[in-house]
Design a protein around this ligand. Sequence first.
Ligand code: NDP
Length: 433
Amino acid sequence: IDKNPGEPEFHQAVREVLDSLRPVIDENEAMYRRDAILERLIEPERVVSFRVPWVDDKGQVQVNRGYRVQFSSAIGPYKGGLRFHPSVNQGIVKFLGFEQIFKNALTDLPIGGGKGGADFDPKGKSDREVMAFCQSFMNELYRHIGANTDVPAGDIGVGGREVGYLYGQYKRLTGRYEGVLTGKGLTFGGSLVRKESTGYGLVYITEEMLRNHEMTMSGKTVIVSGSGNVAIYATERAQHFGAKVVALSDSSGFVYDPKGIRIDIVKDIKEKRRGRIKEYVDEVPSAKYTEGRGIWNIPCDIALPCATQNELTLSDAKALKENGCFAICEGANMPVTQEATDYVMESEMFFLPGKASNAGGVTTSALEMTQNSERLYWSFEKTDSRLKEIMVNIYAQISGAAKDYGYEDNYVIGANIAAFKKIADAMHSQGIV
Ligand code: NDP
């Protein structure tokens, strides 16, 4: 903590992982200590922070701060998204980069962990301003990334539009047409299913967990928080599986539609108009919009938090439990606070941690890298079935590891142990680097 001051989210992520690794460390403590595996694992290989100056529509120069954390290349090139949000700072990017190492290991694909972003807020900016920012951001980032070294993607505030601008500038600076970013447009190297993949993947692994306990999402009432990329496609897939999604939110408030959210309307508001979730009630007057927090007070069977870190607190978890919710599966990164996670585990609710349950996005990103290397495009069906296969395999790994170490159904411990064993093995084999 002294070495990484002012980075509470990073401390939280590291503490959760280290707390679960005791049973593995006990197996070969001398080696782990001698090799300083844990000490090396929590120290990023590289942190880059840089100035991003750009000119707004009034002719005023604005200055933001950009980051790229190249956390671990133990099992492949650094891979992880870019987040553009005013709350971005070094601690947030390090927490996300650290989580990413484990998530990527669980996919069984050759990708290491990284993350980046800037304290830039794309909300309310014109397309020209977003382009100016993205170009300036890439003017520095391009020297640190490459198709075989570090391959960023999107995250909060970075979708298809931003990836397009970033890619255009990379190509202009380097003269190279290569798979250096994922989440690209479908006309220039993007993969089908990438847009849908985090939300779809979340639903695939949730269904797999339920299936292993003789249940299904069909007929269940579900709450999804957020109304961005992950939330929209989690809702779409959950509905496809026969669940009824009754609420969505954004940082201003939430909508409750007891008849079931109309995802076509949400897509129109969010993807076409770049509007706010409260506009939903203009189209569906029987639905209700409430300003502020409170989405987790709505009764449901399954909660899928898909907005941001620490959005679901202890009191939210208690409200969910009291109202009959039996499963919380993270679509966002670390959306459930540590206290709430502890409560959920003690109260014997099912809990899938984001590093396992939201790995669908990076999985399809890695499949996009494969397609770019092959110079081929895969069909929607082929990509979606690979995604499903990998999410089912992640469930098998995390439940298997939990069982092997005597913590059946504890997927936090299972995910951390299953991922750590692969990363530690690669680190040990590659010597002290
Ligand atoms: P988007 O920017 O598309 O959407 C984020 C959504 O969350 C928006 O609706 C936003 O509302 C809402 N939100 C943000 N902060 C809060 C808050 N404090 N309270 C309530 N709602 C809030 O991002 P994504 O959907 O891509 O990402 C969501 C989460 O999923 C993040 O944690 C991200 O790291 C994680 N993730 C994303 C992946 C991907 O492929 N996109 C992959 C793996 C993880 P508003 O518009 O008001 O800010």
